[in-house]
Ligand binder design. Structure first.
Ligand code: ADP
Ligand code: ZN
Length: 617
């Protein structure tokens, strides 16, 4: 057995490496430099933690982990302590005295991993400490986490990261690895250049997250749809709900709370202390739903988030993928659910139109938005499209809404042509443009005040679309706007205007295919809903007695977590507790093979776990 595998099993209690972990870890243990690109939840932490432990054991000394996520360091270090690994952090949350104590331990070589913020690492004081370790051959490894922060192209540029080149210049022989979950090629090239990793081996993983089920539903009454989704599939689960505005965040949190769900708001308008308190509760307690703007999430490494829901559409696929990626980091089944409607398309287009950016930049924004819209309108596998966007080819996944319930498509070409020609004729007749509601009224032959006022009952398409429901026409309009065959003018009361792209549709050269749910009269939801899953999928396979043991173990875990001032998942993951509940262990030997129980945890908690299990028998 390799040193790496025995550390994985003994210290972390895991059976086998995931994906490319083994190759990365062997390379770094041997002293190589590495650039690691892995999706969120891929298991990046072990890629530097195991080399740090192995190299410390081999006498190479201390590993330094550079991370911008100060708020997480306490829990990350706590998790290592729970596994019996000597770790510490240095950041601005420590008092001078505490920092001094850490520095002393560092110089005595008592630490295996030290976490520090980039601005700390590059101070003269810290560099002097590193010099001292280096002179004695006790500086083992630099792991630069969230490495995309070095790039202006990434979504989270931090100038302090630029100064990290000093590590390479000053400690040339010390291996360095950079890790990130940001995929795109420009950012990657920038990381290599800025951190001088030209000679590092690159490990690029698949960006697939097979345990996440993607679903995009048509938006009707989004808050109610969300509530039903949570009640049906995620009772008692932790989740994140993203909304665009602070006001919506507050409203949705209130609605969920009124329905008996523990939901907390999070947005930039809240007091910093309130925000922090909400984040802490989300991390520490079981089953909290965080309702948030995109301000929430950077560096949230809670592994048991069971769903991420979008009530408003993000700006692009990168944002969507990053946000949904916060679900299911533990590898257990999780949902990415989005409600999407005409208003989302209109809003996003307007935000681009109204932004002060230059035309080139706007063009990029538009094409990125288009890619997301075509994902939302897609009738084929969502995952194939997502991965394709990141440059990966794949086959239908069997775990997205379109794979599980292939939508019936209907031909909306005729409706689309009639809509466009109505818009054209109305513009011809009245010399001005109108909004979607009025155009649909004309096509459906409704005699409203506005219709009479403008004499639009004389338009030749008046009443020609009486057979279509409003929901159907709305779906057609949404797709026309999404594909650029129609323009919504935000500067002019959201009126509809023909574009270059309208012509092909008008002439019947460009078919318009839509999902069936749109065609159902009254816009009702498809009846073939996906089969509902038991709440808490992790424990679904347990018998009634098993469920009781699982609940007792969770209660016990909550107590331990409180005592240790750590999130519950740091003590044991849900999956570990579920495995114990199923196993009904009688002895420490029985517990030994359970995934997530390493030597230290077996020693610290084994007897108590056996007692909890025995007491629920
Ligand atoms: P990332 O930083 O890439 O988002 P993490 O390092 O936080 O991911 O890992 C995600 C989760 O997967 C963690 O809870 C971790 O304990 C678990 N994990 C990582 N590697 C393995 C493995 N080989 N076997 C079992 N669980 C693993
Ligand atoms: Zn699929």
């Amino acid at each position: 057995m390799t040193a790496a595998l025995s550390i994985l099993q003994e210290v972390f209690g895991y059976e086998a490496f995931r994906g490319p972990q083994a190759g990365i870890i062997d390379h770094v243990i041997a002293g190589g430099d590495a650039l690691v690109l892995m999706p969120t939840g891929g298991g990046k932490s072990l890629c530097y933690q195991i080399p740090a432990i192995a190299r410390q054991r081999a006498g190479h000394g201390i590993s330094i982990v550079v991370s911008p996520l100060i708020a997480l360091m306490h829990d990350q270090v706590g998790a290592l302590h729970e596994a019996g690994v000597e770790a510490a952090f240095l950041n601005s949350t420590l008092t001078g005295e505490e920092a001094n104590a850490v520095e002393k331990r560092l110089l005595r070589g008592e630490i295996t991993l030290l976490y520090a913020a980039p601005e700390r690492v590059t101070t003269p004081r810290f560099l002097a400490l590193l010099d001292s370790l280096h002179e004695r051959g006790k500086l083992s490894l630099f792991a630069i986490d969230e490495a995309h922060c070095v790039s202006q192209w990434g979504h989270d540029f931090r100038p302090e990261y630029r100064a990290l080149t000093v590590l390479h210049e000053r400690y040339a022989g010390v291996p360095r690895m950079a890790l990130t979950a940001t995929a795109d090629a420009i950012t990657r090239a920038d990381i290599v250049e800025r951190l001088q990793l030209e000679n590092a081996r690159q490990f690029v993983s698949s960006f697939d997250r097979p345990n996440i089920r993607y679903a995009i539903v048509e938006k009707k009454d989004p808050t109610l749809q969300l509530l039903r989704f949570i009640e049906r599939e995620h009772e008692g689960d932790a989740g994140i709900v993203y909304c665009q505005s602070r006001k919506r965040v507050e409203e949705v949190a209130q609605t969920l709370t009124d329905a008996g769900i523990t939901a907390l708001p999070y947005h930039a308008g809240l007091d910093a202390a309130v925000r922090q308190a909400h984040q802490d509760r989300f991390l520490r307690e079981d089953g909290i739903v965080m309702t948030a703007t995109i301000a929430f999430g950077m560096g949230i490494d809670k592994p048991d988030v069971r769903f991420v829901a979008h009530l408003d559409m993000p700006k692009n696929i990168e944002g969507y993928y990053q946000e949904t990626g916060r679900a299911g980091r533990d590898g257990q089944p999780a949902d990415a659910w989005m409600a999407y409607g005409l208003q989302d398309v209109v809003n996003q287009r307007r935000m681009i139109d109204e932004s002060p950016a230059g035309d080139d930049f706007k063009q990029v924004m538009v094409s990125k938005l288009d890619a997301l819209l075509s994902l939302a309108e897609a009738v084929d596998c969502r995952r194939v499209r997502l991965l394709k966007y990141f440059g990966e080819d794949s086959t239908p996944c069997g775990n997205c809404d379109n794979c599980l319930n292939p939508p019936q498509v209907w031909d909306g070409t005729d409706a689309a042509r009639k809509l466009l020609s109505t818009i054209y004729r109305v513009q011809q007749q009245s010399g001005i443009s109108f909004g979607a509601g009025h155009i649909m009224d004309i096509l459906r032959g409704k005699v409203t005040d506005k219709v009479t006022q403008f004499g639009h009952e004389r338009i030749s398409t008046f009443g020609l679309g009486a057979a279509y429901s409003e929901a159907q026409l709305r779906g057609v309009l949404r797709q026309l706007i999404a594909t650029g065959a129609l323009h919504v003018d935000a500067q002019a009361y959201n009126t509809l205007q023909l574009t270059e792209g309208s012509r092909a549709v008008l002439k019947g050269e460009q078919p318009v295919m839509l999902r069936e749910s749109v065609s159902a009269s009254g816009g009702g939801r498809s009846k073939r809903d996906k089969p509902s899953r038991a709440p808490s999928a992790v424990a679904a396979a347990l018998t009634d007695e098993g469920q009781a043991r699982f609940a007792a173990l969770k209660a016990w875990r909550a107590e331990v977590a409180r005592e240790h001032n750590l999130p519950a998942y740091v003590i044991f993951h849900d999956a570990t507790l579920a495995a114990i509940a199923a196993l009904e262990p009688q002895s420490l030997e029985d517990l030994q093979g359970v995934s997530g129980i390493g030597a230290k945890k077996l020693e610290a908690y084994g007897q108590e776990v056996l007692r909890v299990v025995a007491a629920t028998a």
